[in-house]
Design a binder for this molecule. Structure first.
Ligand code: CU
Length: 371
């Protein structure tokens, strides 16, 4: 009896092991195999295409292809190498854009030549076609029966404006990108609705036999105003008129511009004051000198020094020496070029009197008291 029971249990475990591989597969290994699956799919697709070709019946029954004659009054342009040449010219231009220098001139020259060739070919075609005076310069009134012309539309223009803003956003920042995306959605949805109306009108014309052209649209004043507001908001957010970014970037620029002209201490130090981060002590370096010669810090616990280097391109730092500026170094802050502000994290100091100096310029010195 026990033997039978054991056999049943073994069989059941085998079934469980088998199903476990299907229920909880090794996803990592499967994902690593994805390229193989894709390659298999591609191979199957090509095999299928090949099979279709092999089993397809003869398509060309005559000895050679017969060109269908175009209807009267319709002229088909002949075969032309011009598009291929223009493509080569465009490629050479882009190649020149990448490589630069004479290759760019060569590429632009090639493009212009190919386009001129195309234009000459088109002119020859036009001259050969019919004498200009017999051609109607402008189609007056309704198009010929059976031909439907889509009405005029502002949508393409609106979509191009939106697309331009999207590209600006890709260059300048997410705010403009979002504004551009909203504009694009507005323009494209409008376009889609127009196309829908057009389609329904054509379908209706199949019944009635008459299709009235859509009237010229009004100027899209509302949409344009919306676009303008979106652009304005997006630009404001990007430029920083509406504060969304931290003030460090904008604070650094004005202090940099005042530093060269600001020989007077108040004028020079007043500008960056607004952007100095909160710290236990603030020390400003300007004209290769510290603005203070005595600072007091809390003893027995870590503290911070906001160090403002207002000398453009000049390296400064703050280092703490025991006893006096000439004593052995206790701690050294990182040396960096101006104009920049950094907050030093200084480890706890025992109560006492220390000296602080700039490691690069030891004449910049002062007394630091920990208490
Ligand atoms: Cu210095």
């Amino acid at each position: 009896m026990n033997a039978i029971w054991e056999a049943v249990e073994n069989a059941w475990n085998a079934i469980l092991d088998l199903t476990a591989q299907l229920v909880t597969p090794d996803w990592g290994a499967l994902i690593a195999l994805l390229p193989v699956f894709v390659a298999l799919g591609v191979a199957v697709f090509f095999a299928w295409i090949l099979l279709r070709f092999a089993t397809a019946g003869p398509v060309r029954r005559g000895p050679s292809r017969v060109d269908p004659p175009p209807p009267a009054g319709v002229h088909m342009p002949g075969p032309s190498l011009a598009p291929f040449m223009a493509a080569v010219g465009t490629f050479l231009t882009f190649f020149g854009l990448v490589v630069g220098g004479p290759a760019l001139l060569l590429g632009i020259g090639a493009l212009v030549l190919t386009l001129l060739y195309w234009g000459r070919e088109a002119m020859r075609d036009y001259d050969h076609l019919e004498r200009p005076e017999t051609l109607p310069a402008v189609i007056v009134g309704e198009p010929p029966p059976g031909v439907h012309m889509p009405g005029p539309s502002f949508r393409p223009i609106l979509a191009s404006i939106a697309l331009a803003v999207v590209f600006l956003g890709l260059v300048f920042g997410p705010a403009l990108l979002v504004a551009g995306a909203i504009m694009l959605v507005v323009a494209l949805v409008g376009w889609l609705l127009d196309a829908g109306h057009e389609y329904h009108a054509v379908a209706e014309a199949d019944e009635t036999g008459h299709l009235a052209s859509r009237p010229a649209p009004r100027y899209p004043v509302g949409t344009l105003v919306t676009f303008a507001i979106l652009l304005l908001v997006g630009t404001s957010l990007t430029v920083g008129v509406i504060p969304a970014t931290n003030g460090d970037g904008t604070g650094g620029a004005p202090s940099g511009s005042t530093a060269p002209g600001g020989s007077a201490a108040p004028g020079g130090s007043a500008a960056p004051e607004a952007s100095i981060p909160v710290a236990d002590v603030t020390i400003i370096a300007q004209n290769i000198a510290f603005d203070v010669t005595e600072v007091t810090v809390p003893a027995g616990k870590p503290f911070t020094i906001a160090f403002v280097n207002n000398d453009a391109g000049v390296p400064h730092n703050v280092a703490i020496h025991s006893g006096s500026p000439a004593g052995p170094e206790v701690w050294q802050g990182e040396i960096f070029n101006g104009v920049e502000t950094r907050v030093y994290q200084v480890p706890a100091l025992e109560a006492g009197v220390y000296g602080f100096i700039c490691t690069v310029h030891p004449n910049m010195a002062g007394t630091l008291t920990a208490e």
